[in-house]
Write a protein that binds this ligand. Structure first.
Ligand code: ATP
Length: 908
């Protein structure tokens, strides 16, 4: 691997012990402009990419051999040993071939599933923000080179080892490296040389996570030369290829293998002692029985269905990070969603500005500062004449990380948070000076504190501008800005009234305040900011709901899935938006502050009673998930911020936002939404239900083949009939029906009504009572029918070889008809989707070709002991196929009419 030979390190430097300028010079770095493109290219070529060495994979051969480690294959191999002893070498060869083919299919499928998940991991590659050619750029973390200037903010994963030269309340959690889960506070001063790694607080190390604040650092080591690379930590391998359903099937396979052995032994004993079978013939039949009972292809097919599912989900913008979540998605019964950006469009526009005694409206929609102006009573306002309005606008502009951009086509877009983008837009609409004063210190916005603060120097003194949730700022202020710029006593009830009026219109609110500081140039912290503020005013922002989310919420209500909105926004805003979208009744909502006072019992009641939770902090999300799970709900939860990670990990399906989510949340989630859209969650649940149904249908389809064959052989031994099929013919039937035909079910569309039924219960066993009944019923139907046919043909004097060939055809063709039954578990085969799944028709043709080959090709006749059939003999398989199809359809109709509708009545 070329990359692992990189030397991304300047030899044994104690970067933490040197001052920033020396470090920058040694690394050829520029703290203001960053590296130049040409230098980056050279460095990439010289040192390779910033990657940790991959975990050494097992050799291909070992991975292939592992597929033989399966009880079912052991039974096959044991059968091969017996056939060798008996001198049936062709049988031995074919049995071993089947075992090899089976392992090969498993191996190839595993590779495919892994690739599918790998490519998905590729979409989710870690990003880093760097300064290059004087511009901020978001790049793949693997492209970071020595000397790059990296910008850090809360929620980032540190992409390489950095010597920090700027730290603004920067805190980093380094448990990945030091095991210490408490975040350490970072600064920039040089330290003693021989200080421990965990105490080097002017450094930031690869794979640690930023929990707070912002900072800048220069890259001192990349790839395997980073501290984490040195301790030989490999890339975390998230690929998980097994799922509860696959585990259940594997367990089920073991049970079948055991039952087969017992059954084979009993049948042998019976045939040997009570019937006068020739020992050799009997042994071959018993081997036939063992081979018949084993669903060889099933595990491979189930993983194919799941892997196809992962790819389909990715096409629908839902990136699933591991296979088990595909299954869990189908059983989700509650979706807890953020509001801003997921349910709403995240296209924000400031529509109102409110001061102590003035109110203004803002015209225009979107981020274009050219389309819109500030008005009062529909008249343009001259902003330069309104001091307090200017102060409000300055506050929300200076205490702001976003910027506006205009592309070549004149389209305006924002860089940064949409709420802040809307505030920049209204500032630019006012026509005020765009130059921003230098910021001395900043407390970035944090959902826990719900405000942002910036310290600047103004006329020789310090001023902190604060913007944030109005209720927080109202608490923190003791004065307000009155007419003529006077600071007058705070009138909290005035502001609360204004806030409530705008929030009831569904508007998102930002309050602005300032605080004069005795001196500038120092750092600010939460304690200094949280009292003595002077309230300036409010901005009311609209963020319209997404139309497609409204539709998706309706789908959820039909599908028995409850949607809960969990938002940091004002309670009235949440209620108004909720009502518009169909969540809650517009009256009831629970506030974060109320949740704080609740014990676990009350929490459980609250999740039953409320659908809207407003003014919540990320910690509340974790408690809400726990309460919902205690109520037996399967819960999907969205999140974007660094503090959402614990709740996402705890949820049954943790969903991170692909666009606005932080790296840490993506890491903690099971699924990432490429488009941040609520509709995508519902699409994913729908896909999850479809996949689970198709898994069940496949099982329902494959097992009766094994059942029918086992019955046929046992009954033949029991009644002393001819052996209806040779072991090889049985293997053939199993392989063609399971590996080719049932694969068609993976492509089966979602059934009509899938999103109209309640979610599957998580503990619902794979083989429910009804499933066992259906499998037995169809086994008896096909097995019994074939047995009758064998008898009938025998009585007519048809030669044994021909009878066996007809038997083989009968089982395959009956299964093909049965495939159409299985396209819907309970519904009729003849719905409007009859022709939608082309795969079914393609495999049907393939199947006919294969069956014709085994019947008519002399070479196949030789190996499989088959006989070319006269055309008239083909009627029997078709008769039985039609009979099976019709009877199963009647059975489904009876179940629909009498069992399911009764159940529905009971649950209604
Ligand atoms: P959701 O959880 O639905 O995404 P949210 O984005 O509104 O909701 P938070 O980001 O926690 O939740 O915001 C809570 C409140 O904090 C907002 O209602 C707003 O008043 C304020 N706020 C949001 N973004 C900023 C920001 N960048 N600067 C200052 N205050 C902000």
């Amino acid at each position: 691997m070329a990359n692992s030979t990189q030397e991304g390190k300047a030899k044994s430097e104690y970067w933490h012990a040197q001052d920033v300028d020396t470090v920058l010079t040694k690394l050829g770095a520029d703290s203001l402009e960053g590296l130049k493109k040409a230098t980056v290219d050279k460095l990439l070529e010289k040192h390779g990419r910033n990657e940790l060495p991959q975990k050494k994979k097992e050799s291909t051969f070992i991975r292939f051999i592992k597929h033989f480690h399966d009880v079912l294959i052991y039974v096959l191999l044991a059968a091969a040993v017996v056939t060798t002893i008996l001198g049936h070498y062709t049988d031995t060869i074919v049995i071993i071939l089947v075992a090899i083919i089976n392992a090969a299919i498993g191996f190839v499928q595993e590779g495919k599933a892994e690739k599918a998940l790998e490519s998905i991991k590729g979409i989710l590659s870690l990003k880093a923000t760097v300064l290059r050619d004087g511009k901020r750029e978001e790049i793949d973390a693997t492209e970071v080179v020595l000397g790059d200037i990296v910008l850090l903010s809360a929620g980032d994963k540190v992409p390489a080892d950095l010597r920090l030269f700027e730290s603004d309340n920067l805190k980093i959690e380094e448990s990945a490296l030091t095991g210490e889960s408490e975040s350490s506070e970072k600064n920039t001063e040089p330290l003693e040389e021989d200080i421990d790694l965990g105490d080097r607080n002017n450094m930031a190390y690869t794979s640690t996570t930023v929990t707070n604040g912002t900072g800048k650092g220069v890259v001192t080591a990349i790839g395997k030369n980073t501290e984490i690379g040195k301790i030989n930590q490999m890339m975390s391998d998230v690929t998980q290829l097994t799922t509860p359903l696959l585990r259940q099937t594997a367990q089920f396979g073991k049970t079948i293998a055991l039952a087969t052995l017992v059954l084979a032994a009993a049948t042998f004993a019976y045939g040997y002692y009570l019937r006068d079978y020739d020992t050799e013939e009997l042994l071959m039949s018993v081997i036939g029985l063992a081979v018949a009972a084993i669903p060889e292809g099933l595990p491979a097919i189930l993983s194919i269905i799941l892997a196809i599912g992962v790819q389909n989900l990715a096409k629908r913008n839902a990136i699933v990070r591991n296979l088990p979540s595909v299954e869990t998605l189908g059983s989700v019964s509650v979706i807890c969603s953020d509001k801003t950006g997921t349910l709403t469009r995240n296209e924000m526009t400031v529509k109102n500005l409110v001061l102590t005694d003035e109110q203004y409206e803002v015209t225009g929609i979107g981020y274009s500062p050219e389309e819109g102006e500030i008005q009062q009573n529909e008249k343009t306002v001259k902003v330069e004449e309104e001091d307090n309005l200017q102060e409000l606008l300055r506050c929300i502009y200076i205490c702001n990380e976003a910027s506006l951009d205009q592309d070549k086509n004149g389209e305006w877009s924002i860089k940064g948070d949409p709420t802040e983008g809307a505030l920049v837009t209204v500032y630019e609409k006012s026509g005020l000076e765009k130059e921003k004063p230098k910021r001395e210190s900043t407390i970035p916005f944090d959902s826990d504190y719900k405000y942002m603060a910036t310290l600047i120097e103004q006329d020789g003194e310090g001023v902190v501008y604060v913007k944030g949730a109005p209720d927080r700022l109202i608490e923190m202020a003791n004065k307000q800005l009155g007419k003529d710029g006077e600071e007058i006593d705070m009138d909290a009830s005035y502001w609360e009234k204004q806030v409530s009026a705008l929030a009831k219109e569904g508007k998102r609110l930002i309050a602005a305040a300032y605080k004069k500081m005795p001196s500038s140039g120092s750092k600010i912290d939460h304690d200094e900011v949280e009292d003595g503020l002077v309230m300036i005013g409010l901005a009311g922002i609209i963020d319209p709901p997404r139309d497609e989310a409204i539709e998706a919420i309706k789908v959820c209500s039909d599908a028995g899935i409850r949607v809960k909105m969990i938002t940091g926004d004002h309670v009235d805003t949440a209620k108004a938006i909720g009502k518009e979208m169909g969540i809650g009744d517009g009256e009831k909502a629970c506030r974060g502050a109320d949740l704080e006072k609740m014990n676990d019992e009350e929490m459980r009641n609250a999740v039953k009673e409320y659908d809207i939770f407003a003014r919540t902090s990320p910690e509340h999300k974790l408690r809400l998930v726990e309460a919902l799970q205690a109520e037996g709900r399967i819960c999907a939860m969205t999140g974007d911020g660094v503090n959402d990670a614990p709740a996402l990990k705890k949820a049954d399906v943790g969903i991170a936002m692909g666009i606005k989510g932080t790296e840490v949340t993506k890491d903690a989630s099971q699924m990432v939404l490429a488009d941040d859209n609520f509709r995508t969650i519902v699409d994913a649940v729908e896909e999850g239900r479809r996949i689970y149904d198709n898994l069940k249908k496949t099982i329902l389809f494959i097992l009766p083949t094994n059942g029918a064959e086992s019955l046929l052989i046992m009954a033949s031994i029991l009644f002393g009939y001819i052996m209806p099929m040779t072991p090889l013919q049985i293997l053939w039937v199993n392989m063609v029906t399971s590996v080719t035909v049932s694969l068609a079910l993976a492509f089966e569309d979602m059934e009509i009504g899938t999103m109209k039924r309640p979610p599957r219960k998580e503990k619902e066993p794979l083989l429910s009572g009804y499933f066992i009944w259906r499998i037995l019923f169809v086994s008896v139907l096909i097995g019994g029918g074939t047995l009758y046919l064998v008898q009938h043909l025998s009585a007519q004097g048809v030669e044994n070889g021909t009878i066996r060939t007809i038997t083989m055809q009968t089982i395959v063709i009956a299964q093909l008809f049965h495939l159409f039954n299985c396209r819907s578990i309970h519904g009729t085969a003849f719905d409007s989707k009859f022709f939608t799944n082309k795969a079914i028709y393609i495999v049907a043709v393939i199947l006919f070709v294969l069956q014709a080959a085994i019947t008519y090709l002399p070479f196949m006749n030789e190996v499989f002991d088959t006989k070319p059939l006269a055309l008239s003999f083909w009627q029997y398989p078709v008769y039985l196929g039609v009979v099976v199809f019709v009877i199963v359809e009647i059975e489904k109709w009876i179940v629909r009419k009498f069992v399911l509708s009764k159940k529905e009545e009971q649950t209604a």
